[in-house]
Design a protein around this ligand. Sequence first.
Ligand code: RM4
Ligand code: MN
Ligand code: MN
Length: 396
Amino acid sequence: MGSSTSDKVFAALETFRIELPSWGFANTGTRFGKFIQLAAATTTEEKFSDAGQVHLLTGVCPTVALHVLWDCPAGVQSTDEIRRFASRYAVAPGSINPNLFQDQEYKYGSFGNPDEAIRQRAMQHTKDSIEIARRLNSRDISFWFADGSNYPGTANIRQRKEWFTDGLKTAHQQLSPDQRMLVEYKPFEPAFYHTDVADWGMALLLSRAAGRQAKVLVDTGHHYAAQNIEQIVAWLLSENMLGGFHFNDRRYADDDLTMGSIDPYQVFRIFHEIHFFEWETGQRADIAYMVDQSHNLKGKMEAMIQTVTMAQQLFAKAALVDAKKLATAQKNCNLVDAESVLQDAFATDVRPAIQEWRESKGLPKDPMEAFRQSGYLERITKERAVKNSHNVSSYA
Ligand code: RM4
Ligand code: MN
Ligand code: MN
């Protein structure tokens, strides 16, 4: 491998950090059944412990995303405890995710609920979530709304858009100057006729209406199957409206499979658009890279380590795209040359350079191997087995 290749890989890895979701360490399942993993995290503390372990081995996951209802059972009062977990397990709280979909009250929606009292309840939870974020020094409050309807004619779509606009504006007013609000979209599920924030255009309009600190969050699993996600990324970048990602992979719907497991070239193309934007503009794109996955069959810790490793590889490969050559080929409509620039970068084996980078940081060369040698999994399996066998948890 040429030294300029490994320099580029090193430079790319220096800037790349990815946030892990607390809920990715807990037992989850499908709507048909849940297969319990005896090692799964059963408490917020255990989620911090697991996330801290992945960070220890990879060095690139310094934050963990929290879901307010699942991780902050005492609401704002939970923040002292969370700060303690953060310092004990050396991983900081990351984005704060309000939960506006699980309580019985939200059967017909949260921000878009026709009942004003329920909209107010959703706003109170939102305000509490922003306060939690403030106390934990978290920059991003990340909104995903399950709101929608299942049957034609049952919801006033325009009216609900107004309620959403008002709600997000009010929420935006609560933000501190350094905080951001991320608005996630999803075309369907749990609603199957209309979803209030169904696509990036709707998320963009709502974010613009909310205020300057609102940006769009792209969850890669939240698109129709043939959607060109990297084009959405390029457009949001050019509008300075791309706030972050929830990475996962999929074949059919919101499958929440391991990042890059089905279509690594797509993730590469997304990262390429970001690198290319930075090269052309000379600006750093300020983007929160986050994982949003649910590992129902794979071991949760191993799946997370695999995800981080894959993310680093694809980010590094995209950094190898020869941007100058690409720009020239595009300008001259040299299609085969332009396409080959991407393909050559994608085909480059960056794993040796990534291993060197890890060694240069005093990190294990192979985080998966180090995890397997560490005895951590055996220890948590023993400690949590009884709790997990009684505890059929969760959503998702
Ligand atoms: C949704 C969406 C949200 C996540 C929930 C659990 O599909 O991806 O980001 O918080 O699932
Ligand atoms: Mn998501
Ligand atoms: Mn999702």
